[in-house]
Design a protein. Structure first.
Length: 516
């Protein structure tokens, strides 16, 4: 299937314009490489169920998809970048072009067992997500999952977290896809695209010296910021009405907070975006606060059923984007804040109030610390030291001996608001797949797409052997919380109040063919 071209509309999304030079990973990006172990792969993904163009078979479609990607490689830097280590692990690695790039290594087919329903899709995604990416090649893959019900396919679109964060991942999705069935035309690559740029040992040592020196200079230049931050924190400690909230607390221990094994569990759900926003409006809360309340209520149900619910509230680690508006560069720009989930509160209203108060304090503390946040730390031997620490944690099982700072990771990533297409196929879903880690065996992430929230629970199969049960508990909490608020929002003045969509909690069929 040839890649079709529509109107002559040239699109250039990314702010990282690469020539033929190497460029160094930031300390934050490289940290995901250093923390990666056999049991803790550090890649993230999205699962997009796609409706094939009429009359196109799966193999023909995959050939066309490869051709489409090939025509856009130059728009997304990580697609053709591979890692080169600094000698002796003296400093962070660099990205260089993979001059032996082969699209067949990165886009390939796997068949989902019959009947190809939701349970089979979840199991297939969990199995793929266990597999580490090959560091000798660019750190991404798009696995085309075939054999789904209704003749549909799905993409497992994954990349190493060293390449991007959630917001950059959304930008990559929108660059590689289109908002019409017919693929758009893009600007051609530069003449030197994919020409060799292998750095010499001298190049790598000079780059390391420059990077570490630049970090030291930034530290000196930022001394005033450090003083100002210390003053703000001192004022916060002395203010009885301020405090540090969950940011200064030790989370209670749960079975999620243990060393992880290689096996993965995965479960998905959908929630209506308008329903969650309506629930938030009722309490003066944002969408993220309501989703945290849904997670808190779901975790309370799950742990309470087995008698494992701690008396103190569970704490969520919530990634916070530091990106400026319009910045779609391919890197990581995030920090983490800690929020109480109100799992000690049986009343949903009290739970969401706990989350609102805890979230407000966490945001204030994060803002106080923003002046000293360093996304690019560097020091001689840092890669070696960090990799050694990750190995010790894995081999020694030190997660059991370390008190958890938080119990689960809960992340909210805004996604595309318009329907997207890939090689003529319509994208129907946008489920996230994330990273369990030692001491943090459960990750709950939500991504929006058009008018729906897509939830993905990614877990260590030992810490959470029944991810589908936790998913059912989250959905039950969503129905209870958002359904009640829809009833309260309805009034005679509303001629056609929007009904709450019912999300089924049993293993379900794939969405009907006419669903968007």
């Amino acid at each position: 299937m040839a890649v079709a071209h529509g109107a002559h509309r040239v699109v250039r999304v990314f702010t990282v314009e690469q020539g033929n030079d190497m460029y160094k990973l930031s300390g934050l990006d490289a940290g995901f490489l250093y923390n990666e172990t056999e049991r803790c792969p550090q890649h993230v993904s999205s699962v997009q169920i796609m409706e094939l163009p009429e009359g196109v078979d799966e193999d023909t479609f995959i050939d066309g998809l490869k051709a489409l990607f090939q025509s856009r490689l130059h728009l997304v830097p990580y697609l053709t970048n591979r890692l080169v280590e600094t000698p002796f692990l003296a400093d962070h690695p660099v990205w260089v072009r993979d001059t032996e790039f082969d699209i067949d290594r990165h886009i390939y087919r796997r068949d989902v067992p019959a009947p190809g329903g939701r349970a089979e899709l979840e199991a297939a995604v969990a199995a793929i997500h266990e597999e580490r990416l090959d560091r000798r090649r660019p750190l991404w893959r798009t696995v085309v999952l075939c054999g789904l019900e209704d003749g549909r396919i799905a993409y497992y679109s994954g990349a190493h977290h060293a390449c991007l964060d959630g917001m950059a991942g959304q930008a990559a999705t929108m660059t590689l896809m289109d908002n019409t069935e017919e693929p758009r035309e893009v600007a051609p690559p530069a003449a030197d695209f994919l020409t060799p740029n292998q750095p010499s040992l001298t190049d790598l040592f000079v780059a390391a010296w420059e990077n570490i020196t630049a970090f030291q200079i930034r530290q000196v230049a930022g001394a005033l910021d450090n003083v100002e931050t210390a003053i703000r924190l001192q004022r916060r400690m002395l203010d009885p009405n301020a405090g540090f909230g969950a940011m200064a607390e030790q989370a209670p221990w749960t079975r999620f907070n243990a060393p992880v094994e290689r096996g993965r569990g995965y479960a998905i759900a959908e929630m209506d975006l308008a329903a969650v926003k309506a629930a938030g409006k009722r309490h003066g809360a944002k969408l993220n606060d309501v989703f945290l309340a849904i997670c808190g209520g779901g975790l309370r149900r799950y742990l309470g059923r087995t008698g494992e619910l701690p008396e103190r509230s569970l704490i969520a680690g919530c990634p916070v984007s530091l990106r400026k508006p319009g910045d779609a560069s391919m890197n990581n720009q995030v920090t983490m804040m800690q929020v109480r989930l109100g799992t000690d509160q049986p009343d949903p209203t009290a739970r969401i109030q706990t989350i609102l108060e805890s979230s407000a304090i966490a945001k204030d503390v994060t803002a106080d610390l923003a002046g000293v946040f360093e996304s690019d730390p560097a020091a001689w031997g840092m890669p070696l030291a960090m990799r050694a620490a990750a190995s010790v944690m894995e081999v020694g099982g030190t997660a059991n001996a370390m008190p958890p700072a938080f119990n689960v990771v809960v992340s909210n990533v805004p996604g595309p608001r318009e329907t997207l297409y890939s090689n003529g196929a319509r994208m129907l879903t946008h489920y996230p797949v994330s990273i369990p880690a030692h001491g943090l065996g459960v990750n709950i992430t939500v991504q929006s797409y058009v008018d729906t929230l897509y939830v993905g629970i990614t877990a260590c199969a030992k810490a959470l052997p029944d991810a589908g049960t936790l998913r059912d508990d989250l959905v039950a909490e969503y129905e209870a919380l958002c359904g009640a608020f829809f009833e309260k929002e309805a009034s005679p003045a509303l001629a056609d109040p929007t009904p709450l969509p019912v999300v089924r909690r049993k293993p379900v069929e794939m969405p009907p063919a006419e669903a968007a």
